[in-house]
Design a protein around this ligand. Structure first.
Ligand SMILES: [Zn+2]
Length: 92
Protein backbone atom coordinates (compact mmCIF):
# COMPACT_ATOMS: atom_id res chain seq x y z
CA UNK A 1 0.00 0.00 0.00
CA UNK A 2 1.46 3.36 -1.08
CA UNK A 3 1.48 6.13 1.54
CA UNK A 4 0.34 9.57 0.40
CA UNK A 5 1.64 11.52 3.38
CA UNK A 6 -1.80 13.02 4.02
CA UNK A 7 -3.29 12.95 7.54
CA UNK A 8 -6.86 14.18 7.94
CA UNK A 9 -9.05 14.49 11.03
CA UNK A 10 -12.57 13.05 11.06
CA UNK A 11 -15.10 15.72 12.08
CA UNK A 12 -17.92 15.33 14.62
CA UNK A 13 -20.28 13.99 11.91
CA UNK A 14 -17.79 11.33 10.77
CA UNK A 15 -16.77 13.23 7.64
CA UNK A 16 -13.26 13.44 6.28
CA UNK A 17 -11.98 15.53 3.38
CA UNK A 18 -10.27 13.54 0.64
CA UNK A 19 -7.19 15.52 -0.33
CA UNK A 20 -7.48 17.34 -3.65
CA UNK A 21 -4.38 15.62 -5.07
CA UNK A 22 -5.93 12.20 -4.44
CA UNK A 23 -9.29 13.26 -5.92
CA UNK A 24 -7.53 14.58 -9.00
CA UNK A 25 -5.38 11.45 -9.36
CA UNK A 26 -8.38 9.10 -9.08
CA UNK A 27 -10.71 11.42 -11.04
CA UNK A 28 -13.31 11.63 -8.28
CA UNK A 29 -15.26 14.79 -7.58
CA UNK A 30 -18.26 15.94 -5.56
CA UNK A 31 -21.42 13.85 -6.17
CA UNK A 32 -19.34 10.83 -7.23
CA UNK A 33 -19.98 7.65 -5.29
CA UNK A 34 -17.29 5.81 -3.35
CA UNK A 35 -17.56 2.24 -2.14
CA UNK A 36 -15.91 1.30 1.17
CA UNK A 37 -14.01 -1.91 1.84
CA UNK A 38 -12.38 -3.13 5.02
CA UNK A 39 -9.05 -4.92 4.83
CA UNK A 40 -7.70 -5.78 8.25
CA UNK A 41 -7.56 -2.46 10.07
CA UNK A 42 -7.60 -0.44 6.85
CA UNK A 43 -10.47 1.36 5.13
CA UNK A 44 -10.26 1.24 1.35
CA UNK A 45 -12.38 3.59 -0.76
CA UNK A 46 -12.89 2.89 -4.44
CA UNK A 47 -14.61 4.98 -7.06
CA UNK A 48 -18.02 3.43 -7.57
CA UNK A 49 -18.67 5.02 -10.91
CA UNK A 50 -21.38 7.47 -11.82
CA UNK A 51 -23.48 5.72 -14.42
CA UNK A 52 -26.56 3.53 -14.45
CA UNK A 53 -25.74 -0.20 -14.44
CA UNK A 54 -28.42 -0.84 -17.07
CA UNK A 55 -28.45 2.04 -19.56
CA UNK A 56 -25.17 3.84 -18.80
CA UNK A 57 -26.98 7.14 -18.20
CA UNK A 58 -25.44 9.60 -15.75
CA UNK A 59 -28.74 11.45 -15.16
CA UNK A 60 -30.62 11.04 -11.86
CA UNK A 61 -28.55 8.06 -10.73
CA UNK A 62 -29.20 6.59 -7.28
CA UNK A 63 -27.81 3.62 -5.39
CA UNK A 64 -30.12 0.59 -5.14
CA UNK A 65 -28.86 -2.62 -3.51
CA UNK A 66 -25.23 -1.55 -4.02
CA UNK A 67 -25.77 -0.87 -7.74
CA UNK A 68 -26.18 2.43 -9.54
CA UNK A 69 -29.50 2.79 -11.33
CA UNK A 70 -31.12 5.81 -12.97
CA UNK A 71 -34.66 6.86 -12.07
CA UNK A 72 -35.93 5.87 -15.53
CA UNK A 73 -34.67 2.28 -15.22
CA UNK A 74 -35.91 2.12 -11.63
CA UNK A 75 -39.41 3.16 -12.77
CA UNK A 76 -39.24 0.69 -15.65
CA UNK A 77 -38.35 -2.10 -13.24
CA UNK A 78 -41.12 -1.13 -10.84
CA UNK A 79 -43.70 -1.16 -13.65
CA UNK A 80 -42.49 -4.35 -15.34
CA UNK A 81 -44.18 -7.28 -13.67
CA UNK A 82 -43.49 -9.63 -16.57
CA UNK A 83 -39.78 -10.08 -15.81
CA UNK A 84 -38.88 -13.78 -15.74
CA UNK A 85 -36.59 -14.28 -12.73
CA UNK A 86 -35.44 -17.67 -14.13
CA UNK A 87 -34.90 -17.04 -17.86
CA UNK A 88 -32.78 -20.21 -18.36
CA UNK A 89 -35.52 -22.56 -17.09
CA UNK A 90 -37.49 -23.84 -20.04
CA UNK A 91 -40.96 -24.92 -19.04
CA UNK A 92 -42.28 -27.46 -21.55
ZN1 LIG B 1 -30.73 3.50 -16.50
Amino acid sequence: MKTTGFVKKIDELGRVVIPKDIRRTLDVDHNDYLQFYLEGDSIIMKKFGDRCTFCNSSENVVVFKNKLICRNCLEELKNNTSIDPYPDNESN
